[in-house]
Design a protein. Structure first.
Length: 117
């Protein structure tokens, strides 16, 4: 099975999260701005069980396409779960953690500063 390109990974991750009713989906395009990833997909879940079900669905859909996550962090606590596919990184947050860490604002501000150079 051929490896997925970045856009294919992004679409599968986004759709799999939507399939499990992830809330407030935000895709941050970091391409060319950092070596961390090309995209962050940031979503919210309503409970620990919901967060784990979103992550499980993404892992399952990507596995069916021959893709395995480089790492998964935070799954047992299910307050902020990170699923790293290299060029696409999924962040599944509980609403309180998402508001506290505010990755969207942090990365947008960083991208603006980097773009000004």
């Amino acid at each position: 099975m051929a490896k997925l390109d970045t856009d294919q990974k992004l679409e599968i991750v986004r759709e799999a999260a939507l399939d499990n009713k992830a809330e407030n989906i935000d895709v941050l395009n970091l391409g060319g701005k950092t070596i961390v990833a090309d995209y962050f997909v940031v979503v919210s879940g309503t409970s620990g069980a919901h967060i784990r079900s979103i992550v499980d669905n993404v892992l399952e859909k990507m596995k069916k396409q021959g893709e395995r996550a480089d790492r998964v962090e935070g799954y047992p606590e299910a307050r902020w779960v990170l699923v790293d596919y290299g060029d696409v990184v999924l962040h599944v947050f509980a609403p309180e953690e998402r508001a506290f860490y505010d990755l969207e604002s942090l990365w947008r501000a960083t991208a603006e500063r980097l773009g000004a150079r």
